[in-house]
Design a protein. Structure first.
Length: 215
């Protein structure tokens, strides 16, 4: 895909970088390695990733250098990507955008360990998310809300931003963490080919809405 930002055709997650050199140094050394992933891990559903020598992943669009022997079918090409030597991008994800710092720590868990490949005609599945809010204060009231990617507010206005979710839920913390199934919000499941973002924040105790425990 050629765009004003350069040439790219897919995005890969990288969660490890090993180097004996200053990471501010733009040079690539023989002993620089990354740990990356694709949907086609050699270790199956464990998918602990691939360890790649970084200097063996750089090529140009002719694919006649390091990537000359990369296989072209989908599974192999994504498991062994190449970086454009002229221009490429990396993004460091620090967390959800929340400039006002109103969100509570939130995590999701899913029993689905193998994501169907919809590009190959497989049907998406329900991710069956469990959403856990932590860092709660016992006796305080909170709201849990689900967002799509395009709905996520950039100014921490989570309470007033409209969302495709049928509704959000409120609850009073009885422990420092609490887990809900996403279906409790009444907006249906999140499918494996969709996106979902969950936010939890503190509410005034006099908020008039009933909590899930009242209903």
């Amino acid at each position: 895909m050629r765009s004003l930002l350069g040439h790219y055709d897919h995005i890969i997650p990288i969660w490890g970088l090993y180097s004996n050199h200053d990471l501010r140094d733009p040079a690539i050394y023989e002993d620089d390695y990354i740990v990356m992933a694709s949907n086609y891990g050699q270790d199956g559903i464990d998918n602990f990733g691939y360890v790649r020598s970084l200097n063996k992943m750089v090529d140009d669009l002719s694919m006649e250098g390091n990537c000359k022997h990369a296989q072209t079918y989908v599974e192999a090409s994504e498991a062994f990507p190449c970086f454009d030597k002229d221009l490429d991008y990396g993004v460091s994800i620090k967390g959800r955008r929340d400039p006002a710092g109103v969100l509570m720590p939130t995590s999701i868990a899913s029993p689905i360990l193998a994501e169907p490949n919809v590009r190959l005609g497989e049907s998406p599945v329900n991710m069956d998310f469990l959403v856990t809010a932590s860092g709660l204060t016992v006796g305080s009231k909170y709201e849990l809300k689900k967002f799509k990617f395009s709905e996520w507010p950039h100014d921490s206005s989570f309470a007033t931003t409209k969302t495709a979710a049928a509704n959000s839920i409120t609850f009073v913390a009885t422990e420092t963490s609490r887990t809900f199934h996403e279906n409790i919000m009444g907006n249906g499941p999140t499918l494996s080919n969709d996106s979902a973002y969950f936010a939890v924040w503190n509410l005034p105790l006099h908020d008039p809405r009933p909590t899930v425990d009242d209903e």
